[in-house]
Each structure stands twice: as C-alpha cells, then as structure tokens.
Write a protein that binds this ligand. Structure first.
Ligand SMILES: Cc1cc2nc3c(=O)[nH]c(=O)nc-3n(C[C@H](O)[C@H](O)[C@H](O)COP(=O)(O)OP(=O)(O)OC[C@H]3O[C@@H](n4cnc5c(N)ncnc54)[C@H](O)[C@@H]3O)c2cc1C
Length: 452
C-alpha cells in the first residue's frame, strides 16, 4: 500500500509529490496526459518554443521565484518599447511605455486614483464582510464594465483601469462581474502595485519555457510519475483509498491502494470522478454556482520581431476587437512572436469556429492597432484550453458573488482520506501557478501530519 496517491501532475501535484517524497513517503503520481505540467505547457513549432499555458510570474509569487532559482532558469520582463493603446477608435502611442499611467493628464490621473480607491475599498469589504457580499450579491453581479463607466469619469482613465484589471486576470473580459473582479484582485497582486512604476507590467516569464520548472520538480520523483493514467474513481473510508484508473482510450487499468489520496484536479474535474461513497452534496452546490473561465491563447509568428525596429514593445491594449491585449513573447533568438488572448464570451464563440476564422479575427484585431504590416507572411497558432478534456475551462472558474467568500474555501476540506489541492482551492493567489504550488505543498504537509 502506498502512503499517498497524487492525482494530477500539474504544479500542485508535482509540488505536493516533491514535498511528500522528500520526507521519505512512498507515493505515486497518476497523470492522465502523456506529459507533466497540466495548465503549464511549452509546445514546439519547428524548433521554436511556445508557451501555451501559464507564463507570467509577478512580485509576491514567492514560491514560484524560489522554484525558478532552484531550477537555475532565467526570467525576462516585457519587451522594451512603446505600447499602443486603441481607445474609442483612435490609436495612441505611449512614449513612456510600458509606464502608460504617465501618459494621462493630471485630471485623468486623479480620476484613475479615485476609481482605484473606490475599487480597493469595495474589494476589502467583499473580503472582510461575507454577509454584506451575500446581501448585495445582485449588485455585485453587475458587469465590471458598467461599474467602471459609472465610477470613472474620463475615457482614458476608464481604459487604463480596465487594461490593468485585464492584466491581473487573463480571463477578465466583458462578461466578468464586479464581484468576480473584486475577488480576483484580493486574491492576486494588489491593484496599486500593478499600476506602480511599470504601469501594471511587472510581470516576468521564464526564458525557454515554464515547463522547465515542472521538469525540475519531477526530477526529484525518481520515475514515480505514471503518465497516461486517467483516474476514474476513488473508493474511500477514513483510513484508506483505492484509486481506479483507465488508459486514455478507456481501457481499464490498474487500481492503487493508499492511506491517502491527494486530488489536484480543478474542482469542476474533481467532481466528475466517481466517489464511493459519494461526497456530500454541498460540494456540487458550490460548483453549480460558478462558470469555468474561457481563454484561447493565440500566437502569430513572423520571421523577425519587426515591430521592435519601430520602437514598439509589441504590447497593445484595445477597447474593442476580438483580441484586446498582446505581448511580444519572442525568445532571444528565432522568430518574432506576438501573443494575445480571445477571452470570455469572445473565446466561447471563437471556440466553435475554425482556426482559419480565429486567425482572421486575430490579424484584424492586430491590424486595427499596428496597421497592415501585421498581414505580412506569418504562421498562426492557438490553443483552446476549454476544449481540452483534461482542463475544460481556464484559467480559473468565475464564482457567483458571495459563493467563494462564503463557501468556496470549503472545497479544500478533506473528505475521509481524500484531500484536495490546486490553484482553485487556495485563498491567496487563487487561479495562479503560485496558488497551485502553495496549495500542493500545504496539503502535503497536512497529509504528512496525518500519516504520522
Ligand atoms: C492560457 C492560460 C494562461 C495562464 N497564464 C497564467 C499566468 O500567466 N500566470 C499564472 O500564474 N497562472 C496562469 N495560468 C494559470 C495556471 O497555469 C494554473 O493556475 C496552474 O497551472 C494550475 O495548476 P494545478 O496543478 O492547480 O492544475 P492543473 O495544471 O490543471 O493540473 C491538473 C492535472 O491533472 C491532470 N488530470 C486531469 N484529469 C485527470 C484525471 N482524471 N486523472 C489523472 N490526471 C488528470 C491534468 O492533465 C493536469 O496535469 C494560466 C492558465 C492558462 C490556461
């Protein structure tokens, strides 16, 4: 009998497994895909590495920074150069980009400051007063955009405010409610630090790909990760579990007996497993009151990063179009890569269309900001995480107002010998790689205490 079975080899599962095996525990990690990393994945296109999942780390992501140092990989910031902002049909070039807040007039800056203050006070109230949040659930359910328009007076400040909020959460698009935006901001980096110094772009990415951190964690596990093992169900009692698996083509495979199991699937997938006896029904009720986010991460590859010759950073922020934010994610050598997102309802709609239509929509959105130069020969690639059966929604769920603050954290409660971890189960850095690593490690320590 194993001490613990870990279900899922994303960052939460790998971090937990490293913690458990580091303490000499006998463990096995069962992963459905034929690769590790989960929602962190670096794919190759003709020798070029492309980060299709989690990519950016921010100040305050301490566990991620520790891992980055331990893995001996390097970080790189956003590309230097001007940012292009499309607002109400006109394109502005921010001379001091990426510090775009300095491009605002004093009146617009004051307007932005007022809006941030109101938003921060509301975020604090939602966090500290769940009863108030529950009583005001329908007001908190209003679209974020409506609140921004009602609380900031100048279009430039409204635009900057929305752009920085979008940088907090890639899934934060037009269909996001005020309540969801407030909760996400409380859980992630604070708004002021996002605006400070670099205008919200203090983000860093790992050169060569974030998957190197998954490889680093897995290297400590001495082949205890089994790929292509889809967990289908868990029989459990207070002292032990039997974890049932099948192969990717549905052929029944081995069962694993263990004293504990740690399920690191996102909650909407964890609930699809068959539990015997069934888990309490309140878990279903909490999950019914959220919708999985939807993001399609898309890329255009050019022979060179031509925009740099024009002093551009490759970043844009637009108030309309299918794709509203882009970044230059080129490696040190190789093609120029511009990355952007279809988000929220746009992603849900584009998901049902062909890749060719998405390419046209992406290029048209870029052309509205960068001009027709974007139509030069290129390769278009994208990845639709919601269509991936081992993720089905990303990068995080949107809980209805009050649901997370009142009940959401209960999802992390163990049931008998079954424990849960992952980026959706933590209060802080929820939805981020940082949250996944912290959650995996913390739950591993709880299991270590139980194992004695
Ligand atoms: C497009 C995109 C962009 C993102 N950008 C960022 C970013 O810039 N910064 C940031 O911090 N975060 C970002 N995120 C979020 C971040 O990637 C995730 O929060 C984090 O990787 C989740 O880790 P996890 O271990 O909790 O879950 P997962 O990575 O989802 O791991 C769960 C694992 O379980 C496996 N699995 C599923 N079903 C089964 C089954 N039945 N049996 C066995 N195994 C199973 C899956 O294959 C997966 O490996 C992004 C996510 C996406 C999708």
């Amino acid at each position: 009998m194993f001490d613990c079975v870990v279900v899922g080899a994303g960052f939460a599962g790998l971090a937990a497994a490293a913690e458990l095996s580091g303490k000499g525990r006998d463990i096995v990690v069962l992963e459905a895909r034929n690769r590790i990393g989960g929602r962190v994945a670096t794919y190759e296109h003709e020798g070029t590495k492309i980060e299709v999942g989690g990519q950016w780390v921010s100040p305050g992501h301490d566990s991620m920074h520790e891992l980055i140092e331990a893995a001996g990989v390097s970080l790189v910031g956003p590309q230097e150069g001007a940012l292009l902002i499309r607002s109400q049909g006109a394109v502005y070039r921010s001379s001091a980009a990426p510090d775009r807040s300095h491009a605002l007039t004093p009146f617009e800056m004051a307007d932005l400051g007022q809006g941030m203050l109101r938003f921060r006070r509301l975020a604090e109230r939602v966090e500290s007063d769940p009863t108030w949040a529950a009583a005001n659930a329908s007001w908190l359910g209003q679209p974020l955009g409506r609140w921004v328009k009602a609380n900031l007076r100048t279009p430039a400040a409204q635009q900057d405010f929305s752009a920085v909020l979008a940088s907090v959460s890639e899934g934060m698009a037009g269909d996001v409610s005020l309540g969801q935006a407030l909760t996400t901001t409380v859980q992630g980096a604070d708004l002021e630090s996002l605006f400070a110094v670099s205008g919200g772009l203090k983000l860093r990415r790992v050169l060569g790909g974030m998957h190197q951190l998954a490889d680093h964690l897995a290297a400590k596990l001495d082949n205890r990760v089994k790929l292509g093992r889809v967990v289908t169900g868990i029989d459990h009692d207070p002292d032990a579990v039997t974890v049932r698996t099948e192969t990717a083509d549905g052929t029944p495979a081995e069962s694993y007996r263990a004293r504990r199991v740690l399920v690191t699937l996102p909650p909407w997938l964890a609930m699809r497993l068959e539990y015997n006896p069934p888990l309490p029904s309140w878990r279903e009720e909490v999950l019914q009151r959220n919708t999985a986010g939807h993001v399609i991460k898309a890329f255009v590859l050019y022979p060179t990063p031509w925009w740099r010759e024009q002093g551009l950073s490759g970043q844009m922020s637009a108030d309309e179009g299918s794709v509203r934010v882009t970044f230059d994610i080129s490696e040190e050598t190789g093609p120029g890569i511009m990355m952007g997102f279809f988000e929220g309802t746009e992603a849900a709609s584009m998901s049902k269309r062909s890749r060719t239509i998405r390419e046209v929509a992406f290029i048209d959105s870029l052309a509205a900001v960068f001009g027709d130069e974007v139509r030069r020969p290129h390769v278009y690639l994208d990845y639709d995480w919601a269509a991936d059966k081992y993720t089905r929604g990303c990068h995080t769920p949107h809980f209805a107002p009050g649901v997370w603050s009142v009940n959401g954290q209960l999802l992390a409660e163990p049931a008998d010998a079954i424990h849960f971890a992952g980026s959706e189960y933590v209060g802080k850095h929820n939805g981020y790689m940082e949250g996944a690593v912290r959650s995996g490690r913390e739950e591993a320590r709880v299991i270590l205490r139980e194992l004695g």
